[in-house]
Design a protein around this ligand. Structure first.
Ligand SMILES: C[S@@+](CC[C@H](N)C(=O)[O-])C[C@H]1O[C@@H](n2cnc3c(N)ncnc32)[C@H](O)[C@@H]1O
Length: 324
């Protein structure tokens, strides 16, 4: 017999998939949208109330209804209740460190070829946004191991992942440790790095990845891309070292007024990917490039010093410490 495509899929305690016939249930997260496009993330609790300047809504009025139901507040304002997508959730969840947004999450999953069943190591976990995308991509048969050296960031990541999934996923390990030392003895199909100094992890990543494995690093600045690329080629253990950035331009579509939106998030970061190869003496390719001969003229810390002198925090630290 055919299965009903709109029925909630069998799941082992994960979030209910948005877009099924399952009614909204107590304990679930819902996104409330008002007419002005404001969005609120609410956890449904029997007997509780949601308050806004536009009046209050009894959670009991939402529980049991289907997604997309319009609910009237005590002041007759209409709000829509929908299950949050992962993108909605990331935009509303608590942050310790700045997060990787959907455009880069999607490209990381694509460029690092993260598939169901894969084991992925990521660092640092930060707020857990990228973790959620990696968990979705590897599926229940895969595994994600996240390293985060800051206890406070790890706590936020754990809470965010647990809240989205309704429980801590069985296939996720969060290690409060420095990835550079913590990788010893690990094996993975993919390594995804979102940290200030990804080049410091290249030697450890080499041991983690089997030949053919992929490393993908998210770095905001050009000097980081240069130094990482240099380190990857110089190791003689990586090939296909490539860098790209992704721009997504939203459009306003309203009747005949159809045009690019006035604002867009332009630069977030560069993505650098590389494939692991055996060393030359183990049958791998000849080194394509030696470490760049900069003649000592490249001062990697110059940008940071200039920022310090101007009284601003280093770019990476500002990003890691900022709160949304
Ligand atoms: C920008 S945040 C990562 C954000 C995360 N990708 C997300 O989407 O929420 C960078 C994190 O890397 C952590 N970090 C930096 N160097 C690290 C290292 N060597 N080992 C483990 N974590 C590190 C920082 O503490 C910070 O929380």
């Amino acid at each position: 017999m055919d299965t009903d495509p709109h029925a909630a899929p069998e799941h082992a305690g994960g979030p209910v998939l948005p877009g099924t016939d399952a009614p909204l249930a107590p304990g679930e997260l819902v996104l409330l949208l008002d007419r002005k496009g404001r969005r609120y993330l609410v956890e449904l609790e029997p007997g509780a109330q949601w308050h806004s300047h536009g009046g209050l809504v009894e959670h009991d009025a939402i529980i049991g209804s289907s997604e997309g139901t319009a609910i009237r507040t005590s002041k007759a304002m209409e709000v829509l209740a929908l299950r949050p997508t992962r993108e909605d959730y990331v935009l509303k969840m608590r942050r310790g460190a700045q997060v990787v947004y959907a455009k880069d999450q999607a490209m990381i999953v694509a460029l690092a070829d993260v598939r169901p069943g894969a084991t992925v190591i990521e660092a640092g976990a930060g707020s857990g946004a990228l973790t959620l995308a990696l968990l979705a991509a590897v599926g229940p048969t895969g595994r994600v191991v996240s390293f985060e050296r800051r206890e406070d960031h790890a706590r936020i990541a754990r809470r965010n992942v647990e809240r989205f999934h309704g429980q801590l996923p069985d296939n996720w390990d969060l290690e409060v440790d420095d990835v550079v030392t913590g990788l010893a003895g690990r094996r993975a199909h993919r390594v995804v790095l979102d940290l200030l100094e990804p080049w410091s992890a290249v030697a450890a990543v080499t041991e983690v990845l089997p030949p053919g494995g992929i490393v993908c690093a998210y770095t905001p600045g050009v000097p980081q891309v240069m130094r990482l690329t240099d380190e990857l080629w110089a190791s003689g253990r990586f090939t296909e070292v490539r860098t790209s950035e992704t721009l997504v331009r939203p459009w306003d579509v309203d009747g005949l007024a159809v045009r690019p939106a006035h604002r867009m998030v332009a630069h977030t970061a560069f993505l650098t990917t590389a494939r692991r190869v055996p060393a030359r003496e183990e049958g791998g390719p000849a080194r394509r490039r030696r470490k760049a001969d900069t003649g000592g003229t490249v001062d990697w810390a110059a940008g940071d010093r200039a920022r310090d002198a101007a009284g601003a925090p280093p770019a990476g630290e500002a990003r890691e410490g900022s709160r949304g």
